[in-house]
Design a protein around this ligand. Structure first.
Ligand code: ATP
Ligand code: ZN
Length: 287
């Protein structure tokens, strides 16, 4: 089928929504998004987008209602659906942690023996307890897990944390991380050849956008006698581009540097004699 479309499931409204939609936008995929809609068709890419609750996404993908989806690894692990993880996406980072009230004398996970633990992640939690030989009672709560100890519903919580501030405001102390998570692109098993081809096209664009995010484009002017030293600081993709300036004895150097260490490199470049340093963000990086 030539006009086959790949169906992707995204979280309708929540912590992953904006980044998921943005990822498609960065990939140059145009679609009409307004918050009330449950589905949308891309205008310029063979993609149909479904907006769903995040908890339902692994099931929809495993059951072939959607071909691919974006969901947290935590939800994927908890629902235990048969989906293939295609790509980590670098957003929606969080951890599933055990937290105890300040008054709880916590030394090791063994201290949880016989305790009541409130969580929305019973499967991941029970796996962790079994592995550590701890017999605790799991209370499944679908939201606001952090208030369970203060209302007497549980002794301990097992909840998602990013900064930890929600735990702190509820008088809880994080004592153990049991699962680390970020958003991932998942696919149903046995995608047919056409679907696979569209997915590969999408992945190519995602990788280009992600590589671009991790790098910056740098331009600078350098006196020719310092060029060798400056070029050594700038490996670039292959090697930096060096062009003569109209002013004799000076050159312009262009290169790509990693997002993580660019400040450090910029300082060294300046010390070495570079001038007029410009650092630009990159939209796409295709290797
Ligand atoms: P839905 O209505 O779709 O079921 P939800 O309330 O279950 O939404 P959100 O709170 O929007 O879900 O979280 C979606 C995902 O975002 C989580 O499953 C997790 O992967 C990720 N996430 C990142 N940081 C956090 C955090 N601090 N707390 C909770 N989830 C986080
Ligand atoms: Zn949810």
């Amino acid at each position: 089928m030539m006009n086959q479309k790949l169906k992707i499931a995204l979280q309708k409204s929540g912590r992953l929504s904006a980044d998921s939609i943005n990822l498609l936008k960065i990939c140059g995929i145009k679609f009409d998004y307004n918050s009330g809609k449950l589905r949308a068709a891309a205008e310029n890419f063979p993609l149909e987008i479904f907006f769903l609750r995040d908890d339902d996404i692994p099931e929809y993908v495993a059951d072939k209602v959607a071909d691919i989806g974006i969901v947290g690894e935590n939800v994927l692990a908890e629902t235990r659906r048969c989906c293939e993880t295609i790509e980590k996406l670098g957003f929606g980072k969080c951890r599933l942690s055990l937290a105890v009230p300040k008054s709880f004398d916590y030394q090791t996970i063994k201290n949880l023996d016989g305790k009541r633990i409130a969580t929305s992640y019973p499967n991941i939690l029970s796996e962790c307890l079994t592995k550590n030989n701890v017999a605790a009672e799991i209370h499944i709560i679908s939201g606001s897990v952090e208030i369970a100890p203060s209302i007497g519903l549980a002794d301990v919580v097992c909840d998602l944390v990013s900064s930890g501030s929600t735990l702190l405001t509820n008088g809880l102390r994080e004592v153990e991380t049991i699962f680390e998570s970020e958003a991932v692109l998942i696919a149903r098993p046995n995608l047919d050849e056409n679907a696979r081809a569209i997915l590969d096209k999408l992945r190519f664009r995602i990788n280009a956008a992600n590589a671009a995010k991790q790098n910056k484009y740098i331009l600078l002017n350098a006196p020719d006698e310092k060029l060798a030293e400056i070029v050594k600081l700038l490996p670039g993709i292959k090697s930096p581009t060096v062009l003569p300036l109209a002013e004799r004895g000076w050159s312009s150097v262009h290169s790509v540097i990693g997002e993580n260490d660019f400040w450090e490199i910029v300082e060294q470049l300046k010390d070495t004699g570079a001038e007029g340093i410009l650092v630009l963000s990159i939209d796409q990086m295709i290797n």
